[in-house]
Design a protein around this ligand. Structure first.
Ligand code: FAD
Length: 321
């Protein structure tokens, strides 16, 4: 039986969805293994540890320290190394999020271990396990294994479904004291951008706008549609560069990589750099007035038309359901 550490991610005192996905991924690689959730933060973490157990972990280890209130590579690496040394796991899984992308290679390097990043699928189990990850901006997939040392991997959010929550599950939540010192970076203040509430990287539905939206006001019909669908709004770099929206909405090779259940692309041409961030979405709907637009090559459903005509009609139809 193996021991697997599943790292949680906490934002503003709450567990992000990817936390439950790491537990599911850990369970997948060894169903009968011991899955230990790891939770860091600046508050009392017992409740969050228990939540991880309800989502399938056997027990949880927490490190609570004011220096872990916000992610810094320095502080989180020290906390992670302390937990890994204490637990000596066979495998480690983290989210392939901005924090996970920063933390995992540092930890792998300190452990002199391999690292398979951005896993979207896990095949087989136990000794037969193989990790599937996209390459060449999602044009191909490779299957990887780590032959020596700890099996260390990160998972792309929204690809490995969390296990069903079971309120009857219980387990130990223990806290570890770690002396976090010699920090080179300290977060003094976090100024969050106003958000519509749905986190782009974890959204099940995304309505994205491109240069075809034409202005900041042009995004308004997209926000109305997103409200009806409980969706997040995203954008192409074309729209961001033109100043129609904030760069935090950018999806693509140099923006966020998303895998929602439904991606609605409005006025986006489908440049390769944009496709790199969204082409693995489960269902893609494209609205574009140019029937030759490249986005239609990856779309499951295409609507050739003016987005200012189509999007409000779609919103009305959904409202009427
Ligand atoms: P356009 O290509 O101008 O397309 C606009 C589309 O809107 C057209 O297809 C047009 O037919 C349609 N349209 C216009 N009016 C309407 C209307 N009323 N109704 C319906 N359709 C309409 N891009 C990204 O998105 N993400 C990235 O991360 C990214 N990274 C990059 C990295 C590098 C190194 C480079 C070189 C480029 C990168 N780009 C990225 C830019 C990318 O190459 C494209 O320039 C960009 O994606 C184009 O954005 P767009 O599709 O919104 O604009």
């Amino acid at each position: 039986m193996s021991k697997i550490l599943a790292f949680a991610e906490v934002r503003e005192g709450e567990l992000r969805n990817v936390s439950f996905e790491t537990v599911a991924a850990a369970r997948h690689i060894d169903e009968s293994g011991e899955v230990v959730a790891v939770v860091f933060g600046g508050i009392d973490l017992e409740e969050l540890g228990n939540e991880m157990i309800k989502f399938g972990a056997d027990r949880a280890v927490t490190v609570s320290d004011d220096k872990l209130r916000e992610f810094t590579a320095d502080a989180y690496t020290q906390a992670a190394m302390a937990v890994i040394e204490q637990e000596d796991p066979d495998a480690i899984v983290m989210g392939h999020t901005s924090a996970g992308k920063d933390l995992s290679p540092r930890v792998a390097s300190k452990l002199s271990s391999g690292l398979i990043s951005d896993v979207t699928q896990i095949e087989g189990t136990g000794d037969e396990v193989q990790f599937v990850r996209p390459i060449y901006s999602g044009k191909a997939f490779e299957k990887k294994v780590i032959k020596d040392g700890k099996t260390f991997f990160t998972i792309r959010p929204n690809n490995i479904a969390p296990l069903e929550k079971d309120d009857s599950r219980s387990g130990d939540v223990t806290s570890v004291d770690v002396e976090i010192k010699d920090l080179r970076t300290i977060v003094k203040e976090v100024i969050r951008k106003a958000s519509d509430g749905v986190d782009l990287s974890e959204a099940n539905i995304i309505v994205a706008g491109g240069r075809g939206v034409k202005s900041e006001e042009g995004f308004e019909p997209l926000y109305s549609l997103a409200d009806e669908l409980d969706a997040a709004v995203g954008a192409s770099r074309g729209a961001c560069d033109a100043g129609y929206c904030d760069y935090s909405l950018q999806i693509g090779q140099t923006g966020k990589v998303v895998t929602p259940d439904l991606y609605i692309a409005c006025g986006i041409s489908g440049a390769i750099q944009h496709l790199a961030g969204m082409s693995n979405s489960k269902v893609i709907v494209a609205i574009n007035k140019d029937p030759e637009a490249n986005i239609f090559n990856v779309a499951d459903y295409g609507i050739v038309g003016d987005l200012f005509d189509v999007v409000p009609k779609l919103t009305e139809e959904i409202k009427a359901l």
